[in-house]
Design a protein around this ligand. Structure first.
Ligand code: T1G
Length: 699
């Protein structure tokens, strides 16, 4: 349905219409082209306004049509060419979002009017692409090379006010954006067209040079950045038409690249993971919450709630801990304010949403309770027994445990159907991932409500079954275990970390351990070993470091040593000595380990464990595992997550390498049945039928 009210006093309003986000593809562009033709040939029409249906402009090109060859027509560029060719002015009325190809369409218009809450972005870089419909040529001409590079290489949205400052929009609407745009369009009628393509881009060599220096190496996910920078340079150096041709060629190369396909896989996998269980009721948003435990996690979770507009009470029985939490929260918001990343009004509103209490009674009338106390079973069960008596019927009772049995926690309440794991990642007000742990008796409605809370808190929610370490930590254990063995076999920590960093992680396992604090893992290992002594090969290095009080950055020494006040890891010969000692005790002869072996021995067991998790129904889809690792553990998005990456390598070669490692290093490398099966059948995680979720007995 396209509204074409030609005689809105001589202005015809056309609307992009393709629910839910008005993505641009043949089925949305074709009717628009038709209506534009009608408007152009209608003598009573003096100007055109282009808007979007249902209060949003457009989420960009329809990514679901990517990879279809030949690429389906008409598409975004056909609409842009028609707007450019129109003898009558076209004004864009931007409500909601104008992203990617949607913003590029608006850039082809004579002028742009944005609603005060509109968001404008060119997020193609986050899809491993560049703006491929003229955005790299028009934007620098309109707002300058520097600001254009910031928008194109950042991919982040700008608000209407900022867009006006930049000159990206001509007006911020006082009232209805379509009305304002119609008024502006009328004033432009009969005047020469204002085509951005005819403007010149002001040279800014410094901005281009700075962008080149900052860009990631192509092999480390920087393909799109380098291509986009080259395009923006063209906007200054070559005529518009030539710039468009070069932009197109680079865009076609990128869309065929694994880096782009992997990033788009993550985009859609994230949305699949957020889908509520079939038959679950549509949950109402939570308005009030209580977070139990004023430690690092509780404090971060309370901030995440306040950031999302939820009134939250942080509860801790120890007043001094509560005061410390209050100070940390004020400090964090103050820092964000001073960096200009938060307005004073927003700062004050967020702080005002957080209350503090020293009694669990504060959880009596809230929609959501999140327990984040000490990671000890009896401490958590004690809290849940009390919450069961206090919390209102129908409230979500969530535990932030990262390793403990959610069923054992739910089991002490009379309402296990309302109990769910909500595993946040530190810092909880920053990290995007939220692992939602479905207990054996957690109801589908409670899972759906937890997923809705994740969306409300702007987190990426992924549902995991209840097992030791859920999805993320269970896989992490296989990776860090091998990293520990590689140390003993002769690969120094800085070498292993360098291999993992070159692969694309923000940091390697040892720098990450030192950042998180080695004592956290040590406590879990001691608890676990009290229940089950370690089976098979066990590296003593981590325990030995902790026994020496080397907990990482927080004690100035861990796998590395740190100069006071510095977070830069410095290789420490004392650690090499400790590693040699452990190797000797374990009868391990040290050798030179190749980088290729380091990468495979760290990543392949992780993939193998992912296959086991899928086969057990702990994760419903391979994409869920990829999303967990990209958003929770820094797995490079340009590789799409561990299972997408495995498909790109080929499962047959992974199974072959696992079998080789199995012969040398034992059953930690025994390929899982699902992996073998897929490899043998020439299958892949990307094409496998998702397994039905079933409840495994807790290992
Ligand atoms: N193409 C296809 N489907 C899309 C889509 C798109 N561009 N954007 C969203 N969807 C689907 C999404 O999968 C979900 O489907 C539903 O819409 C709602 O999305 C030439 C080539 C716009 C901010 O990168 O960032 O333009 O799961 O849950 O939270 O240069 O969607 O319900 O089946 O995210 O309200 C560039 C991507 C494309 C923006 C709305 N554009 N989208 O957020 O809804 S490349 C983007 C978003 C391009 C040109 C190039 C967000 C949103 P389903 P949602 P939301």
């Amino acid at each position: 349905m396209v509204e074409n009210s030609a005689n809105r006093d001589g202005v015809s309003v056309l609307r992009i219409d393709n629910p839910p986000v008005n993505a641009l593809g043949p089925h949305s562009v074709a009717p628009l082209l038709e209506s534009l033709r009608t408007a152009v040939s209608d003598p009573t029409v003096r100007a055109v306004v282009l808007a979007g249906a249902r209060g949003t402009f457009s989420g960009g090109a329809d990514m679901k049509t990517f990879g279809v060859t030949p690429s389906p027509r008409p598409h975004t560029r056909d609409l842009i060419d028609a707007i450019e060719a129109s003898p009558k002015p076209v004004v864009a009325a931007i409500e909601g979002v104008a992203m990617g190809g949607g913003l590029e369409v608006a850039l082809a218009c004579d002028a742009r009017v944005a609603a005060s809450d509109a968001r404008l972005a060119l997020p193609e870089i986050t899809r491993g692409l560049l703006p491929g419909a003229g955005g790299t040529q028009r934007l620098p001409r309109l707002i300058g090379v520097g600001p254009a590079l910031a928008m194109i290489l950042g991919g982040e949205p700008v608000g209407a006010a900022r867009a006006a400052e930049l000159g990206l929009v001509d007006r911020v609407a006082r009232g209805d954006a379509v009305e304002d745009a119609a008024e502006l369009a009328r004033s432009l009628a009969g005047a020469p067209r204002r085509r951005v393509s005819e403007q010149a881009a002001t040279p800014d060599a410094a901005a281009l040079e700075a962008a080149r220096r900052k860009a990631q190496p192509e092999a480390r996910g920087g393909l799109a950045e380098h291509a986009a920078i080259a395009c923006v340079a063209d906007a200054v150096d070559v005529p518009f038409a030539e710039g468009l041709v070069r932009e197109r060629q680079r865009f076609v190369d990128l869309i065929a690249s694994e880096q782009s396909k992997a990033r788009i896989h993550v985009f859609f996998a994230e949305r699949e993971a957020a889908k509520p269980p079939a038959g679950a009721a549509t949950p109402a948003p939570v308005r009030t919450a209580a977070v139990i435990g004023g430690g690092t996690m509780g404090t971060g979770i309370a901030m995440a709630c306040a950031n999302a507009g939820v009134d939250v009470t942080l509860v801790d029985l120890q007043p001094d801990l509560l005061e410390r939490a209050r100070g940390i929260i004020a400090g964090n918001y103050g820092a964000t304010l001073s960096k200009g990343k938060l307005s004073q009004a927003d700062h004050d509103a967020r702080i005002a949403r957080i209350a503090f209490a020293t009694s669990l009674d504060a959880a009596a009338n809230v929609d959501l309770v999140i327990e984040a106390v000490f990671e000890e079973m009896d401490v958590k069960q004690d809290v849940f027994r009390k919450l069961d008596a206090i919390a209102r019927r129908g409230a979500i009772l969530a535990t932030n445990t990262s390793t403990l049995d959610v069923d054992a926690i739910a089991g002490v309440t009379a309402r296990p159907q309302d109990v769910v794991g909500m595993h946040f990642f530190s810092p909880a007000n920053v990290m995007k991932l939220l692992e939602i742990v479905r207990g054996a008796r957690t109801s589908p409605d409670t899972v759906a409500r937890a997923l809705a809370v994740a969306k409300q808190l702007k987190k990426v929610g992924v549902v995991a079954g209840n097992c030791d370490g859920f999805i993320g930590n269970r896989m992490l254990y296989t990776y860090t275990r091998q990293a520990g063995f590689l140390l003993e076999e002769g690969a120094p920590p800085q070498r292993i970390d360098a291999v993992i960093k070159d692969f694309g992680f923000p940091m390697g396992p040892f720098a990450m351990g030192d950042l998180a604090g080695l004592d956290v893992g040590w406590r879990i290992r001691k608890r676990r070993h009290a229940e089950h002594p370690p089976e098979g090969r066990y590296s003593r290095v981590a325990d030995r470091l902790c026994e020496l009080g080397r907990f990482g950055q927080k004690t100035g020494a861990g796998y590395y040593r740190y100069e006071s006040g510095s977070r830069t890891p410095v290789p420490d010969p004392d650690v090499d000595a400790i590693v040699r000692e452990c190797a000797r005790e374990g009868g391990i002869v040290q050798r030179d380990v190749a980088d290729d072996e380091i990468l495979k021995r760290c990543m392949y067991p992780l993939i193998n464990e992912g296959a086991k998790i899928l086969a057990e129904g702990i994760a419903a889809r391979p994409g869920d595992i990829d999303v967990v690792w990209v958003y929770g553990y820094g797995f490079p998005a340009f590789r799409g997550g561990p299972l997408r990456w495995a498909d790109a390598i080929g499962l047959r070669s992974i199974v072959a390498d696992l079998e080789t490692f199995e012969r040398e290093h034992g059953d930690a490398f025994t390929p899982s049945p699902l992996l073998r099966e897929l490899a043998a059948s020439g299958g892949s995680f990307g094409t496998m039928k998702t397994v039905d979720a079933k409840e495994p007995a807790r290992a």
